[in-house]
Design a protein around this ligand. Structure first.
Ligand SMILES: C[S@@+](CC[C@H](N)C(=O)[O-])C[C@H]1O[C@@H](n2cnc3c(N)ncnc32)[C@H](O)[C@@H]1O
Length: 296
């Protein structure tokens, strides 16, 4: 059967619906299973059965971009290009990148008080890692928190922002956001850390992060599913939020063991509010829900 085109098979007065509600072709189970295996093997991402329609829609976009009408041909192309560009595009297409500025705000308040405490105790150098930084709202929120905390007396601070998705990393390093995206920031923060873009991008005003905070950030592609990670550490704080939900226990364990290795004694790991390290082997101690410390 040709899987390229939508079709309603009519058998007598019975009609068999082969399109999902968005009008996309329903993907056959064995094809979905292959995409699912690739996502798991290459990025540690576990795609449940409920993701079938999403995968189908995202794969269809890649097929259109490459002008490969048949999904089996696309799969073959993807598999033959296993270490190449298409794998990156495929992983970009299936990853979920929802984020926003100052998401789960209490974490940024906690960061501020930890930085003040460490600075009082003589610490002059801070290394922060944002481990699934998506389109940049989270690492820029970290940079803004650091800049607000220290003002003109800024110590030696570097924030490494990583993600597997090259498309969102490009957005992040451009540091340009529409006015609406900046709503979670105070007026003062927007004025201090963003400048309005002169070029038109539709009706909305757009802003770009100023060099003062951009200079604190380094963006790199990093796949959390393939340790060991290339950083040396020690890191003061790791934000690894809302990414473990896509991983099974095996991948989460690998990730947490690496993070634990990289964090300095007394350093912090911050995960998403809906995530937990329960069931994993780790020496990191829960300080409060979603916040862990490496005890010396
Ligand atoms: C839902 S977003 C979370 C963004 C941000 N941390 C937040 O909490 O707002 C999940 C991010 O994890 C990234 N991701 C998924 N699998 C990954 C992997 N194996 N390695 C690195 N990043 C991954 C996705 O590309 C996406 O940008």
């Amino acid at each position: 059967m040709n899987e390229s085109f939508p079709l309603l098979i009519k058998i007598g007065f019975l009609s068999l619906k082969l399109l999902n509600n968005d009008g996309f072709w329903k993907m056959q189970q064995n094809i979905f299973n292959r995409f699912r295996d690739i996502a798991y093997e290459r990025a540690g991402i576990s795609l449940g059965e409920q993701k079938k329609e999403l995968v189908s829609a995202r794969v269809a976009k890649r097929q259109r971009a490459l002008n490969i009408p048949n999904v089996r041909d696309y799969l073959q192309y993807l598999e033959s290009e296993h270490n190449g560009d298409e794998l990156i595009h495929f992983l970009d297409a299936i990853s979920t990148n929802f984020t926003h500025f100052m998401r789960e705000k209490s974490h940024f308040e906690l960061l501020e008080s930890e930085l003040i405490h460490w600075k009082k105790n003589g610490c002059e150098k801070f290394r922060i890692w944002c481990a699934a930084s998506s389109s940049g709202e989270e690492p820029y929120s970290l940079a803004i928190t650091v800049a607000d905390t220290f003002g003109a007396a800024l110590p030696d601070v570097r924030i490494l922002a990583t993600d597997i998705n090259t498309t969102v990393l490009k957005t992040a390093s451009a540091g340009e956001y529409p006015e609406k995206a900046l709503e979670a920031l105070s007026r003062q923060q927007r004025m201090n850390y963003f400048e309005q873009l002169q070029t038109d991008k539709g009706d909305e005003k757009w802003y770009r992060a100023k060099p003062g905070i951009r200079d604190l950030l380094i963006f790199k592609r990093l796949n959390l599913a393939t340790p060991p990670y290339p950083m040396k550490g020690p890191l003061d704080v790791v934000f690894c939020r809302n990414v473990m939900i896509y991983f099974d226990r095996v991948v989460r364990q690998r990730l947490i063991s690496e993070v634990e290795r990289l964090i300095k004694p007394e350093g912090l790991l911050i995960i998403g509010h809906s995530e937990t390290l329960a069931g994993l082997t780790t020496g990191l101690k829960a300080v409060k829900p979603s916040v862990y410390r490496k005890v010396s």
